[in-house]
Design a protein around this ligand. Structure first.
Ligand SMILES: [Zn+2]
Length: 95
């Protein structure tokens, strides 16, 4: 008996904070491993944010995130490094 259907069908987009129906959201697993589901909470993106992230080559994005120290340094330092790296790689690809 699933009495709490309403709660479980609403998810929050990690990018914009919008609450959307789960069926309209896209699962986003930052570990890139959808098959290990135990003790793991998936994050969700709404359709428009999912479309935005999709423009970026995922491999590069993950590398940039790691080089930026994601999960290792504090948020402001991570953002500063991330901005540097992201700007750098954009200039390179424009050449
Ligand atoms: Zn969103």
């Amino acid at each position: 008996m699933w009495g709490r259907r309403d709660r479980s069908t609403q998810v929050t987009c990690i990018a914009c904070g919008e609450t959307v129906a789960r069926s309209d959201a896209r699962e986003y697993d930052k570990h890139g491993d959808r098959y290990t589901r135990r003790e793991k909470e998936f994050e969700y993106l709404c359709k428009s944010c999912y479309r935005d992230t999709d423009h970026q080559p995922r491999g590069d994005l993950e590398t940039v995130l790691e080089e930026s120290g994601a999960g290792q340094c504090d948020r402001s330092e991570f953002l500063a490094r991330y901005t540097d790296l992201a700007t750098e790689s954009r200039q390179e690809s424009e050449r």
